[in-house]
Design a protein around this ligand. Structure first.
Ligand SMILES: Cc1ncc(COP(=O)(O)O)c(C=O)c1O
Length: 457
């Protein structure tokens, strides 16, 4: 598949350990080397154009090569490329960005931001903030975390311990003790009901049962993605999140919304939790915070959590100090990129565009689905859409991955200039939020032709 004319195929894989990849597979199937990008398009080394139906990795929300973001990075680079946030120094872009983020999350009553370099680090910081919050609040026994099966929160050992997918976990066990997963509200595949509202109620009740079973005084927090992304775009029924908030409140458990994918517009709302009318205690961000122009992660806390870290004592090593930080916390280039990026998200009202074009994509996909015996389910919200393929539509039997059904569709899509992600035979469409209807048409037409061809084979 290599189309990097200046790189011999073996060089694409010889020296790199690729993420989530088998080395032999990669050597036999050299990756597509992307060398250019402009708005919703990316280009390979031969200049072939692709619609970027995955926005890089659901992160390039404002599109590739935006001059406003580039100029902000260059202007910052001309002033200062890096200085530390440790040891009583700081830099201006982090301060400006924190103010902006507090304004954008004022409705959710977020009060302070901790900066890191990506989603896993943002989640890791959330775990440590929660543990320390409970110690500082006089409840050191509240240490356990509950999350959802099929949830994805990152790869560092804390974040990984929250993940709910066996292949990500099993090679690295034992994971951290005190981390538990419950069934997600996955309408297409669950042992309970086909009624969404009933499912929302049942899954929320499972959370309450787990809290009671663990002993509420031992449970620190529940964390979930507002819409489960890497688990296959699982959109919860509308009653799920409000019930979760009620249950957390009833048992004094903190609620963390992992907004790494949903944050800043992708779901069609500015925040995923806002789409469901819920105010969490903590939020984690990365990806769309600056569309991936420079790595950045952020963890936000509300007034209740922030208050535990405040005291009259100004000894810098008091237990109230958050004993956590990354060299690149608040990296000036990343923060400058984020300020410019969030400016575009607001000015161009990209959440509204995500809702409109996402709705159109869903409508077009639902129109082609009946013609395809192997499209089991189509679901999504905003510009996060999942197409779940099945070997048998009536029984919902999944494909054996060794049949490479999804992989063959993916190859045809690439040949025909569309990049969409194939995760365990659920195709994920998560393009830049600047996507227009004509790009949505291109994605659907190419996918439609690709699955038709593979079904005929
Ligand atoms: C919801 C969620 N949380 C956390 C992460 C981890 O982010 P990163 O890959 O930047 O470490 C991801 C990555 O996809 C994610 O989707």
């Amino acid at each position: 598949m290599s189309v990097a004319p200046h790189l011999a195929n073996d060089r694409l894989t010889r020296d790199i350990v690729y993420p989530f990849a088998n080395a032999n597979f990669m050597a036999r199937n050299p990756p597509l080397c992307i060398e250019g990008g402009e708005d919703v398009y990316v280009f390979d080394g031969r200049g072939k154009r692709y619609v970027d139906g995955q926005a890089g990795l659901w992160n390039v929300n404002v599109g590739h090569g935006r001059p406003e973001v580039k100029q902000a990075i260059v202007a910052q680079l001309d002033k200062l490329s890096f200085y530390s946030m440790f040891g009583n120094t700081t830099t201006a872009p982090s301060i400006e960005l924190a103010e902006l983020m507090c304004r954008l999350t004022a409705n959710e009553e977020m009060k302070r931001v901790f900066f890191s370099s990506g989603g896993s680090e943002a989640v890791e910081a959330a775990i440590k903030l929660v543990r320390q919050f409970w110690r500082l609040s006089g409840h050191p026994g509240r240490t356990k975390f509950i999350s959802l099966r099929l949830g994805y929160h990152g790869v560092t050992l804390g974040a990984l311990s929250l993940n709910g997918r066996t292949p990500y976990r099993e090679q690295y066990e034992p994971l951290l003790p005190g981390f538990f997963q419950i069934e997600p509200p996955y309408l297409y595949r669950n042992p309970f009901t086909s009624d969404p509202i009933e499912l929302g109620r049942i899954c929320a009740e499972l959370l309450e049962r787990e809290i009671v079973y663990q002993g509420p005084d031992s449970v620190a927090a529940f964390i979930a993605e507002p819409i489960q992304g890497a688990g296959g775009v699982i959109v919860p029924p509308p009653n799920f999140w409000p019930l979760v908030r009620e249950i957390c409140d009833r048992h004094g458990v903190l609620l963390i919304s992992d907004e790494v994918v949903t944050g800043f517009g992708r779901s069609g709302s500015m925040l995923g939790c806002r789409a469901f009318g819920v105010k969490p205690d903590i939020m984690t961000f990365a990806k769309g915070i600056n569309s991936g122009y420079v790595p950045l992660g952020a963890t936000m806390i509300n007034g209740r959590v922030a208050a535990a870290f405040e005291s009259d004592d100004d000894n810098e090593f008091t237990p109230r100090a958050f004993m956590h930080g990354n060299t690149y916390s608040g990296h000036p280039l990343a923060c400058a990129a984020a300020i410019a990026n969030l400016g575009i998200v607001e000015r161009e009202n990209l959440p509204a565009n995500a809702a409109a074009v996402g709705g159109y994509l869903l409508q077009r996909l639902n129109a082609i689905a009946p013609r395809h015996p192997n499209i089991g389910d189509i679901r999504g919200m905003g510009l996060m859409i999942g197409i779940e393929l099945v070997a048998n539509k009536a029984t919902r039997r999944p494909f054996d991955l060794s049949e490479r059904f999804g992989a063959r569709i993916w190859e045809r899509c690439v040949e025909n200039g569309v990049l969409i992600r194939n995760l365990a035979d659920t195709f994920i469409i998560s393009p830049p939020l600047t996507l227009k209807r004509e790009h949505a048409d291109a994605i659907v037409d190419v996918f439609d032709a690709a699955i038709s061809a593979v079904e005929r084979e």
